[in-house]
Design a protein around this ligand. Structure first.
Ligand SMILES: *[C@@H]1O[C@H](CO)[C@@H](O)[C@H](O)[C@H]1NC(C)=O
Ligand SMILES: *[C@@H]1O[C@H](CO)[C@@H](O)[C@H](O)[C@H]1NC(C)=O
Ligand SMILES: *[C@@H]1O[C@H](CO)[C@@H](O)[C@H](O)[C@H]1NC(C)=O
Ligand SMILES: *[C@@H]1O[C@H](CO)[C@@H](O)[C@H](O)[C@H]1NC(C)=O
Ligand SMILES: *[C@@H]1O[C@H](CO)[C@@H](O)[C@H](O)[C@H]1NC(C)=O
Length: 523
């Protein structure tokens, strides 16, 4: 996986922060429909309830407090559908929370088929509406059978997810069920075997939509044997040409693996003014770029994730696989303050940026600290704008530490890393073959990099086609020296360098002491 997971999760968290409701207690009130479970009641509850949602929480957690009123509301709505919502207080039920490896609060898990093991994480928006529609969806079979056109229309109109309809395509049924079993949380699968000849013939496999349905126009015989092809077609086609993005659909866009173009609008009138334009772009660039509208009044802060200033309306593109961001030029702050009520963006500028992006000719907006004028230590400081050039040095093995200023492990590593750099810098030949470098990954954009935690340390070996190697051994001086010798293309023997370096250092220290002694003598 190439994209930076951390960034994506922060987008998702931001986008799902739907409501600005007043915080209350994290635990649901006793008179609500939410059921409190403990380790003594948990196992029996699973056996008695084929489907329920569990919130693992802590009383002090702010997000849990925000969720509480929505959770209570959802529980009330789902009560008469026999879909319970439960809570487990992890400060009281530590054993239970450990068993389910709860990574943070709140964690929402769907329990199904009386199976304590196969749970599914709920990652949708934390609003009553999303929870209710998700759980109702979970209670339905993976494929819903419908018998009449009006029944179908009813489902399509209520659906919050893309709907796909199989109108009895010959031979497709097994593959359709197969894909539905995998993707039923993201799409609504409908089997509509009909005597209506028009539907059966012209709309064999399709996604209903407000204007023209999107019909599968490839080889149905091949598709009937190929679940992967059906899944890929869905990923591309099931998204609207110009959709609205929030927490409930964000994941679907990420998983499409297609770059995402955002239009941050400031009012509903503004959005509708541009809708036709973006819909046309969406059709034209199907499969290479998805277009979405985003309400800047609710989610304006997301602009920062795209390296843009919060000046709306704005247009930006995020290539999530490469973590590269593109956008139309924005104003200087003072200028913006003067002009903010009159800002509009020209469709011809958007079209030009999109065209350049698709051709690979657009320039990404790279978040970067300024390039340092002098390097202050032997650890070479990289920034967003210099990173790619330096790590692709064909002559040098370049070791890079990606750190965050607040990270404790990084601080503990710093003196060791500093000394490592000193060792190679102490020898002229070695310093032309090995570079020890670092970059503050929170202040600089690095493309094509997946940072799972800080520090992440990666070696970019010298040579043309050498693959980067991630350092996973013990973070000791010795560990690094051995790693560079074995995995660097230049095979610089750091251990014997270290002996020389250490000896020279000792000598220098002794000299210094001698000098101090001399000073004394003179006094
Ligand atoms: C669609 O929504 C309407 C109104 O909320 C409801 O009466 C109807 O049962 C829903 N239909 C389906 C198939 O969920
Ligand atoms: C399609 O497959 C499902 C599951 O195997 C089965 O229950 C259903 O009857 C089949 N439908 C048709 C039209 O063959
Ligand atoms: C068959 O389906 C088409 C498309 O949905 C519809 O326009 C037509 O009225 C239907 N015909 C009958 C006889 O129901
Ligand atoms: C199935 O479809 C996928 C994607 O279109 C393709 O890569 C794969 O080769 C196909 N498999 C077979 C057996 O045709
Ligand atoms: C060299 O890299 C490989 C792959 O990451 C690793 O398994 C090995 O331990 C490294 N060698 C040393 C001496 O660290």
């Amino acid at each position: 996986m190439l994209f930076n997971k951390k960034t994506l999760f922060s987008f998702a968290a931001l986008l799902s922060n739907l409501t600005n409701i007043q915080a209350q207690e994290a635990a649901a009130p006793a008179d609500s429909a939410v059921i409190k479970l403990t380790k003594d009641t948990f196992a029996d509850f699973i056996q008695e309830n084929p489907l329920f949602l569990a919130e693992f929480f802590a009383p002090w957690c702010g997000h849990c407090k925000h969720l509480a009123p929505e959770y209570v509301k959802a529980a009330a709505e789902l009560e008469d559908k026999n879909i319970p919502l439960v809570q487990i207080d992890c400060t009281e039920e530590q054993e239970l929370c450990m068993e389910y490896e709860i990574p943070g609060y709140p964690s929402l898990k769907v329990f199904k088929n009386n199976d304590p093991k196969n749970t599914k994480d709920y990652q949708g928006a934390r609003s009553a509406e999303s929870i209710v529609s998700y759980m109702i969806k979970e209670s339905l079979p993976a494929v819903q059978q419908v018998g009449t056109d009006s029944e179908l229309q009813d489902i399509v109109q209520n659906a919050t997810q893309p709907v796909i309809v199989d109108s009895g395509v010959k031979g497709l049924n097994a593959t359709f069920y197969d894909v539905a079993a995998k993707l039923s949380s993201d799409y609504t699968f409908i089997s509509y075997v009909t005597s209506n000849k028009t539907v059966a013939k012209d709309l064999s496999l399709y996604l209903p939509s407000e204007d023209t349905p999107i019909v599968f126009n490839g080889d149905l015989n091949k598709l009937a044997k190929n679940a992967t092809q059906l899944q890929e077609w869905l990923k591309v086609e099931a998204l609207p040409y110009f959709g609205e993005i929030d927490g409930s659909v964000f994941q679907t866009y990420v998983e499409s693996d297609i770059p995402l173009a955002y239009f941050f609008y400031t009012s509903d009138e503004e959005k509708s003014k541009y809708t036709e334009f973006f819909t046309e772009l969406g059709k034209k660039y199907r499969g290479s770029l998805n277009f979405v509208g985003l309400d800047s009044r609710k989610y304006g802060r997301h602009a920062e994730n795209l390296n843009m200033k919060e000046q709306f309306p704005l247009f930006a593109i995020h290539d999530m696989k490469k973590n590269l961001k593109y956008g139309l030029p924005q104003l200087a702050e003072e200028k913006f303050d003067q002009l903010k009520d009159t800002i509009s963006i020209e469709t011809k500028d958007i079209s030009r940026l999109v065209e350049n992006f698709v051709k690979g000719k657009a320039n990404a907006i790279v978040k970067s600290e300024p390039e340092p004028e002098v390097q202050e230590s032997n650890v070479f400081k990289l920034v967003g704008t210099t990173h790619d050039k330096i790590v692709s040095d064909k002559k040098k093995d370049v070791l890079v530490k990606y750190y965050a200023p607040w990270c404790g492990h990084c601080k503990r590593l710093a003196p060791i890393y500093e000394e490592l750099a000193d060792v190679y810098a102490s020898d002229k030949k070695a310093s032309s073959k090995v570079l020890i470098a670092e970059v503050d990954a929170t202040a600089n954009d690095i493309s094509d990099l997946n940072i799972e935690g800080y520090p992440t340390i990666i070696l970019y070996p010298a040579g043309k086609n050498a693959e980067p190697v991630t350092f996973t051994s013990q973070r000791t001086l010795d560990g690094f020296l051995k790693f560079l010798k074995e995995n660097g293309s230049n095979r610089v023997d750091g251990e014997s360098l270290y002996e020389k370096y250490a000896a020279a250092k000792k000598e220098a220290e002794e000299d210094e002491e001698d000098e101090e002694d001399l000073d004394h003598d003179e006094l």
